[in-house]
Unconditional design. Structure first.
Length: 104
């Protein structure tokens, strides 16, 4: 099964056609198509192409299913013996994608 390694949001993801992934928020609406140009590796049956740093002409097309926010993460800072306590919540934005095509 062919796969590719893409870079988005400062992270790398191994993707294949039909796979659903969650990445850092992409500035596009749900239902739109998005093209990833930063493809680091493309692998088909017997052929693997590694970029330096990106593979020339390779693209990965995806459909944005939704943009949303993750569950709340609690950030709690504590120093013992000094009465220092800070509680803070954070919800990370993300985009859920479905990979539609890998073009080499």
């Amino acid at each position: 099964m062919p796969f590719a390694v893409i870079e988005t949001g400062g992270k790398q993801y191994k993707v294949s056609v039909g796979q659903k992934i969650r990445v850092e928020k992409i500035k596009a609406e749900g239902g739109e198509n998005f093209v990833f140009d930063k493809v680091l590796l493309v692998s088909e049956k017997d052929k693997t192409e590694i970029g330096t740093p990106h593979v020339d002409g390779a693209k990965v097309e995806a459909k944005i299913l939704k943009n949303s926010r993750d569950k709340k993460k609690i950030v709690f800072k504590y120093h013992s013996k000094t009465r220092y306590r800070k509680k803070k919540g954070h919800r990370q934005h993300f985009s859920e994608l479905e990979i539609t095509k890998i073009v080499n």
